[in-house]
Design a protein around this ligand. Structure first.
Ligand code: EPZ
Length: 429
């Protein structure tokens, strides 16, 4: 088992390049299965979720491989299989997109219920209701296999009861190869929804309105190959912004779309951090005492749930009492127990966390409980007095490319070690 060993106290300073968006890349990779030809997708982060999907595509009869740094070639011309059993999909939530992509392409799909990070119930009822509206029927079989089929798919008007990123993408995928027009109302507006729509459109789909809450898709007969570049990862960027703020640092976050980060910049300003905006970068400077703030996670353009653990960790250093309300997931505060080990004064009641800030964190051994919680514990380690060991790095590896290397480039004292390797306490660089 590997762990990060972090000696806290170093201010992060310098420049960091942000990778392609993991949550966008995983959707585009699956969408490429609908293309009768070859797609070249650039700026794909080489994180473990990406490799899981590459394996899945190859097992389904497609051909996916990295041909250069961040450049993924996917040839789905010979895709033959529409079944993705549990062993294939259990590691990754985005495998649910196989349902929409295979249904669109073959008008049938047999896919096991997807895996992914565990923060409460993760239903797919909205995805399935959408497929039904397009004319498909489904049954759930032993082992959690969802069997979906349609004689043909026909465009429909679909009102989403709740804003869902996954269901919006999945319905968009299936509707792209349906007959006639589909209108998705109350659609999610995350940057990666727009990215998926742009990707599909560049391969011949007809999609309008992505990024608003009404998306209109006119079905087409087939999609052709092409080249597309994934947008920058706004959650990775937000994680580095918060890490800079948490260490009293001064960091230029490069290769981003600042607009995607408006809700984070606004909160950091409220907390007392300076954020300077440039065309494709943001500079975060933290040289004043941090102020308390209240955070409510919301679908885009609200404050993203995927930065909730990181910002809560930052607020442990802010004077006063902050309230963090998690509005998206039922149970996304599991990591708070780990922060408490480090001396954080945080209490949780259901979806609300109360952070009594102002104290110092103390280096301790802690374990990631999911991807973003892992990143938050690394930030906690950077803030803490003494040495922190962060375990369960497999979560962090799912979504952050070269996390420790990028942090070390900014001056963090962090190394990756096999458990049992000796830790020097004076310096670990
Ligand atoms: C995506 O998950 C992201 N994953 C998550 O990021 C992110 O936390 C989430 O969107 C919200 O922004 C990927 O993009 C791969 P949802 P997704 O459907 O699509 C409820 C990370 O750390 N819901 O928008 O699974 C659901 O229970 C990951 O990178 C239903 O009720 O999220 C939740 O409360 C973790 N029925 C809410 O909607 C459904 O059929 C939002 O879920 C679907 C969802």
């Amino acid at each position: 088992m590997e762990k990060y060993v972090i000696l806290g106290g170093a201010k992060l300073e310098g420049e960091v390049e942000i990778s392609g968006a993991k949550n966008s890349a995983v959707a585009l990779i699956v969408a490429a299965l609908m293309v009768d030809g070859t797609c070249i997708i650039e700026n794909v982060p080489p994180v473990s979720d990406t490799y899981v999907l590459i394996d899945i595509i190859n097992q389904l009869g497609g051909n996916a491989e990295f041909i250069d740094k961040g450049v993924l070639k996917i040839d789905s011309s010979n895709l033959c299989c529409y079944e993705a059993p549990y062993e294939m999909v259990s590691k990754i939530r985005a495998s649910s997109y196989l349902m929409g992509a295979l249904l669109g392409r073959f008008k049938k799909a047999r896919v096991a219920m997807p895996g992914g990070c565990d923060f409460g119930v993760r239903p797919i009822d909205l995805h399935l209701k959408g497929f039904e509206a397009l004319g498909a029927s489904y049954s759930t079989e032993k082992g959690g296999i969802v069997d979906i089929k349609a004689e043909s798919l026909t465009g429909a008007s679909i009102y989403m009861d709740q804003v869902s990123v996954g269901a919006t993408i999945n319905i968009m995928l299936a509707a792209t190869l349906a007959e006639g027009q589909t209108v998705i109302e109350n659609a999610a507006k995350e940057p990666h929804i727009v990215d998926v729509a742009n990707f599909l459109s560049s391969m011949g789909a007809n999609i309008k309105g992505a990024g608003t809450d009404v998306i209109k898709i006119k079905g087409v007969d087939s999609l052709h190959g092409g080249t597309y570049t994934v947008i920058p990862d706004q959650i990775e960027a937000g994680t580095f912004m918060i890490a800079a703020a948490a260490t009293g640092g001064d960091v230029l976050i490069k290769n981003i779309i600042p607009k995607h980060l408006d809700s984070i910049s606004a909160k950091l300003l409220e907390i007392g951090v300076t954020v300077e905006e440039y065309d494709d970068s943001l500079r975060v400077i933290a040289n004043k005492p941090l102020k308390k703030a209240n955070i409510k996670t919301m679908p885009h353009p609200g404050f993203p749930t995927d930065l909730q653990p990181q910002i809560l960790t930052l607020l442990t250093a802010a004077e006063g009492t902050s309230i963090v309300t998690e509005n998206v997931w039922d149970n996304r505060f599991k990591y708070v127990e780990e922060l408490r080990r480090m001396g954080a004064n945080v209490s949780v009641d259901g979806r609300i966390a109360v952070v009594e800030g102002g104290g110092r964190l103390i280096g301790s051994p802690v374990s990631s409980t999911d991807l973003r919680a892992g990143a938050a514990l690394v930030i906690a380690g950077l803030m803490a007095d003494g040495v922190t060991e962060v375990y369960n790095l497999n979560y962090i590896d799912r979504g952050y490319e070269d996390f420790e290397k990028k942090l070390r480039g900014l001056g963090a004292q962090i190394t990756r070690r096999a458990d049992g390797e000796k830790t020097k306490t004076a310096t670990i660089a």
